[in-house]
Each structure stands twice: as C-alpha cells, then as structure tokens.
Design a binder for this molecule. Sequence first.
Ligand code: PA5
Length: 459
Amino acid sequence: MTLSIDYTNMLSPVLVGGILDVDWQEQQQRFPRVRKELVDQYELGRLGFLDLPANTALPQQVREAAAWAQGKFDDVVVLGIGGSALGPIALRTALRPSGWNMLDAKARGGWPRLHVLDNVDPVTIAALLDRLDLARSLFLVTSKSGGTAETMAQYLVVRGRLEQEQLAAREHLVFITDPEKGALRAIARAEGIRALDIPANVGGRFSVLTAVGLLPAALIGIDTDALLAGAGDMAQRCATDDLRKSPAAVFAVLQWLADERYGRPVHVMMPYSDPLRDFAAWYVQLWAESLGKGRGDQWVGPTPIAALGATDQHSQVQLFMEGPQDKTVTFIAVGEEASDVTIPALHGDIPELAYLGGHRLGELLDIERRATAGALARRGRPNMTITIDRVDPWHLGALVMMLEIATIHAGTLYGVNPLDQPGVELGKQFTYAMLGRADAEQARQEWNLLPRPNPDHVV
Ligand code: PA5
C-alpha cells in the first residue's frame, strides 16, 4: 500500500520558471523549525486529529452506535454543514459503489442509503423528507459547536416531522458533538438521546476521522479500522524533520513557496477518479478555511480549486494552461481502478474512433492525466501528482492525514492560525441579528449602520 508524490514538474530547471533549487534547499534547512511548531502545538493539546488513529474509545462509541442501528434503518441522514458534512460526503463517494443511494437494498448489501443535508435550501430538504419513510430513518445531527444555525434549523425541522408522526426522538436521532459544550449536548443529556463525542481539540474540518465521518461510514459498511490505520501510517511517515521524506511537508512547502515566492496562490486539486471527486471538495474547505486569514495588517492565503479529470479538461484546463500564471495543479492518480471496461474495436475504418478500440477506459483516463500534466509542464505550469495504489479506506485515511498535517505546516509557513475561522463570524452575527436572536444586539446595531442598496446602483 503506497502513496507517493511526484513533484518533478514543480521544480526548475525541469519546469521553466519552476521553484529554484536554492529556495527548495533553504526550505529543507528550515523545515525542522516548521515541524517543531507542529510538535509544540501537539504538546499543547491543540492538534487532537493526530491522536485519532490511536484512540480506542471513539471507535468503540462508533461501533456501539452502529451495532444499535444495524438492520433498523433504510436511510441515514447527516444533518450538518462545513466540516460536519464534507467528510461524510467524501467517504461515501470514494468508498461505496457509484450511485450508492440509487442501488436497491440487495446491491447495497443490506446497508442503508446515506444522505447528507449540508444546506438549508428548503427545496432539497422538503424533497428528501417527503420521500423518506421516517419510521425507517436515522438522523445524525452533527455539529461540533452544537449550535450552528443551519444545522439547528435542520434539526428542528426533522424533529418537528418526527413529532408529527409520533416517532420517538431517541429512536431516530443521534447527536455527534462536543463532549461537554453546546445546545446539542444539553438536549442529549436532558432527553437521553444517544450522543457521540467530537474531541474538544478537533475542529470541524479536521474531524472526518472522528464519529463525524466514522459513524456514517460504519453505518454504510465502510471499514473504519482501515481508514484509521491508513491515517496512522501516514502520521508516522510524516513524523520526520527530513522534509523530503514527509509527503505532508512536501505538499505544504511546495504550495507555500509557489504562492509566496512565485506568485501562484491558486491551488487546484484534480483527481482523475470519479470516486475522489468529493474528496477534492473536502480539501478545498480544509485549505481555504484554515489558511485564508489576516496576518497583522496583511491578508494572506491560497485559493483552492476543485477540478476533476478528465471532465474538467473540457472546462477549466484551458484556464490552467493559458490563463494567468498564478496556479499550481495537484493531480491525484489511482494505480488500480476497482473495475475497468475495454473499449470495443468498432468502426475500424473511421480514424477518430479506430485508435480507441482495444484500450481500456481506465487506461484512457490515466493517459489523459499524464498528457495533461505533461502539457502543463511544457507550458511552464507547475504541477505535481499524488499517486495512490487504489481508492480504498487505507489510502483515503492516508490522504486525509497527509493533507491535515500539510495544513498545519502551511499555517506555520503562512504565519496564520490554521485552526480558527474568525472570518465567518461577522456574517453569522448579522444572520442572528436579522433573525432576532436575543444576544445579537451589537450585531443588530452594526447591521443597521450598513449602507442600504442605492436605487441608482440597482439595474
Ligand atoms: O471547519 C470548521 O470548523 C467549520 O467549517 C465547521 O465545520 C462548520 O462551521 C460547522 O460547525 P459546527 O460543526 O460547529 O456545526
């Protein structure tokens, strides 16, 4: 089982305009100090995600909840947003057969469907609730803070529906939240609703290997032990001061150098694998919310973009090839497809089709990735390729851990705190103000001072 990063196409002179050896060497010298910051933060108890692979109590909670739920439900619904939703979505897409929720029970091996409601759009929520058999549905209310407006609104809607149908909350709700704090924990205690812990020192976007990701995964038959094993192996592999031996360090340092020294703040993540499509979305949140921050009187941070090969070769790749020289592209290659399809040798007399015959679709996909990487390099566009043997729980766990550690290193390099998200606070406060939340008086005053739309500037 392996995960490798080929960063040949990031470096000069292979890549014209690539990262110079002098910069790369300098960062190798510096890296032990960058890693010391991670070690210091870990020792202060702030990086709880690093403890998850060795934690036995949390997986036990997950096993117990999964055993209780076994056979009772046809549909499991995650209510959550941001880090509470993107991880479960990524795991389902990567680790369950394509179109999971459309398969019948037999094809799903008796496991339930998994839906993730990661928004408050009534169109989606009403449509799902109207078609579920609530008596056979389980809702995982997932919120680290236990008070996020969107998730609480979803919870209230679902709870209202359960009450309408006279279904006991305790039989249809599980909370996943902070062990001590927040409204969900208080409700769980008061009503005896099953509640699983997100450790206090694991924030939303770092929480996929807690019950946030593990419980939904376990409920649909994903091997969660293998996820944690892959993450643990990667954490060990990255526990080195040798920059070139740590995939997380290589990723973080190259991206930061590309941004800060070579004017490339846009970081594209482009798996050539449909199962990893939502993993790229998970990465976007991790990289964006962790690193886009104020630093003193500056605003810093990369802009991550999710793309999918080969689909986006016909959408975004034109921009990556010839648009502004402000991007890096990270491809994810998969060594072995779960299944492959041979292209029949038909229309041998039509050149545009004949060359495809006898090749496999997986082969075509991989060749297109290599062609795109080569073409980008040829045009002086830096790119690197993460290769995993196959899309399975071990490799997913390893990828998750690699990017989480990379995010901490990148936080040190950018000089920002990767664990907070102060930039989302003001919008939340304005929302509270407009909805009339009692403790939002200050935000209400600030909101009232904002300029109103100028009719001259509305067309
Ligand atoms: O990464 C984060 O911390 C955020 O994206 C949160 O996951 C998101 O805001 C939801 O918060 P909570 O889990 O507290 O409901």
